[in-house]
Design a protein around this ligand. Structure first.
Ligand SMILES: Cc1cc2nc3c(=O)[nH]c(=O)nc-3n(C[C@H](O)[C@H](O)[C@H](O)COP(=O)(O)O)c2cc1C
Length: 182
């Protein structure tokens, strides 16, 4: 039975979503660092992590350590079925329930390699959107701004599919519990 929400974040967007879900589900929510000190190996968790170059932060370590009931990835890309499929495949999530949430960008909070990689992607994106001296579209301007000045897409309404999943998860757990009590 799911007992904790564990999140791994670098710029805090995943933390914001984790806290919203924790309040909704009435479950404790811990950062991955806190979890390694306080939660036993094999415990059932909901794992939430930011995405870097299509990979979920520390997903392999989390899979080895805990019994993950569902995974939530947080990225800057717009949500689509195609993108979700890509994240599932890149992170070998197979049949595990997976949800994608749009987080945001906070370039000022990035450090080290993340900062370098992000500014490289930012400059490449800006260059590709400004080619041929054509006027940049409003949509592309928003994307370039997201890379250079930051953006926050966190919205509690995005949590609806996860809340629906959790309701059915609880019903199934209840049915399993009753069957074994007989
Ligand atoms: C180096 C780097 C690479 C990133 N790669 C992706 C990516 O492949 N797909 C995506 O949707 N977002 C990508 N992002 C954006 C982050 O996933 C986004 O900022 C997310 O909100 C981070 O979660 P966090 O705030 O919890 O750390 C990248 C960010 C950085 C810094």
């Amino acid at each position: 039975m799911l007992k904790y929400i564990v999140y791994r974040t670098k710029t805090e967007f995943t933390k914001k979503y984790a806290e919203l879900l924790a309040a909704k589900f009435r479950l404790p929510c811990l950062s991955y660092e806190e979890a390694t000190e306080k939660i036993s190996h094999g415990e059932s968790i909901l794992y939430m992590a930011g995405i870097r170059a299509s990979k979920l932060y520390d997903i392999k370590k989390a899979m080895r350590r805990y019994n993950i009931e569902a995974v939530i990835g947080v990225g800057m890309s717009a949500s689509s079925e195609q993108y979700k499929k890509e994240i599932i495949e890149s992170n070998l999530l197979n049949q595990m329930p997976f949800f994608y949430l749009r987080g945001g960008t906070a370039p000022e909070k990035l450090k080290g390699f993340d900062k370098l990689l992000f500014s490289t992607i930012a400059n490449m994106t800006k260059k590709s959107k400004q080619k041929d001296n054509k006027k940049i579209s409003d949509e592309d301007k928003k994307l370039v701004d997201a890379f250079f000045t930051g953006v926050d897409y966190v919205d509690a309404d995005n949590l609806k599919p996860i809340i629906d999943w959790y309701s059915s998860y609880l019903i199934i757990q209840d049915m399993i519990g009753k069957k074994y009590k007989k």
